[in-house]
Design a protein around this ligand. Structure first.
Ligand code: SF4
Ligand code: SF4
Length: 310
């Protein structure tokens, strides 16, 4: 079973739009929405939830008023300011560090599990999907990404799928690390804006650090051809393939408004320009399938790359 993770240095590059298009082109895949802080794949794929499990993130401290002598030590030592003046713990402020359980002289504090979200196993018109929702203000999205990925693997085994397509989070935080760890191939979707170029560099530093085979797709390449060239030069220097360059096209918005993938939308379009755009995405997908086929399951890249001179 292979795992492809699609990430981006920043939000708004078209990562999820492309991932949803790939989901409609893949023949035997599981879809995993690991952009758990701002998941939106469900808006296009409309999953029908088959199973739902509670997700437990950080534990939360609870003070037993029967045992508490109001000495104030927990309030003094809590660096998150989560203990109130009347010695109650604010569950949204508590970071689950458990310091208060150690310093309480009366053993009045205990750590309790708290439900931080849900993990779903669903079906979509393109096959099974693993996804999740994270509660408002909840953290530990990296741990939740792991839970979604592990759910996706179970679904892949259950339904005999040979590929997991992961829509990863933007950025380089722990949820992005969690989404790329152990992936066979990472596709970074970039755009040629100043921040896009900067964030591409950061995200490639991450995939290079973890030695994961990586390719790049430049979306809206024609909005700034100078920066596009900069990205291409940078990738060439690192030996990373730019496997596609897509022009700006309002088909993305039109497809989204109809809650369709680009590939589905184009089937009912008579516009030549839109069909050509979809063809380019199909070509990118075909290239990625070939790369995935040539990657042995256990063979992650071994090349270290120089990132200093960008
Ligand atoms: S440290 Fe223990 S006894 Fe002291 S205020 Fe906190 S909970 Fe109460
Ligand atoms: S567990 Fe940590 S963050 Fe939570 S109340 Fe205790 S000391 Fe504060």
């Amino acid at each position: 079973m292979k795992q492809l993770t699609v990430i981006s240095g920043k939000g708004g590059t078209g990562k999820t739009t492309l991932t949803a298009a790939f989901a409609s082109l893949a023949k035997n895949a599981i879809i995993a929405d690991c952009d758990v802080d701002a998941s939106d794949m469900h808006l296009i794929l409309k999953p029908k939830v088959l199973e739902k499990e509670d997700y437990y993130g950080l534990e939360v401290a609870r003070i037993d008023p029967e045992l508490c002598i109001e000495c104030g030590r927990c309030k003094e030592f809590c660096r998150y300011g989560a203990v109130s003046g009347n010695f109650k713990v604010d569950p949204y402020g508590c970071d689950g560090c458990a310091v208060c359980t150690v310093i309480c002289p009366k053993g009045a504090v205990s750590m309790e599990k708290r439900i931080s979200g849900q993990v779903f196993s669903s079906e979509t018109r393109f096959g099974p999907m693993a996804h999740a929702s994270l509660g408002i203000g909840e953290e530990t999205s990296g741990k939740l990404v792991s839970a979604v990925r592990s759910n996706a693997k179970k679904l892949a085994e259950q339904y005999h799928k040979d590929l997991i397509i992961i829509d990863g989070p933007p950025g380089t935080g722990c949820s992005a690390i969690s989404a790329i760890t152990g992936a066979d191939l990472v596709l970074v979707v970039s755009e040629p804006t100043v921040s896009g170029v900067h964030d591409l560099k950061r995200v490639l530093e991450l995939t290079v650090h973890f030695v994961i085979p990586t390719v790049v797709c430049i979306n809206k390449y024609d909005i700034n051809e100078e920066n596009t060239q900069l990205i291409e030069n940078f990738c060439a220097k690192l030996g990373i393939s730019v496997i596609g360059k897509l022009p700006y096209n309002d088909i993305v918005t039109k497809a989204m408004l109809q809650e369709k993938t680009l590939i589905e939308y184009v089937k009912s379009s008579k516009c030549l320009n839109e069909s050509e755009f979809a063809d380019q995405i199909c070509q990118i997908w075909t290239r990625m399938e070939k790369i995935l086929m040539n990657i042995q399951d256990k063979q992650k890249g071994t090349k270290t790359l120089e990132m200093k001179n960008f």
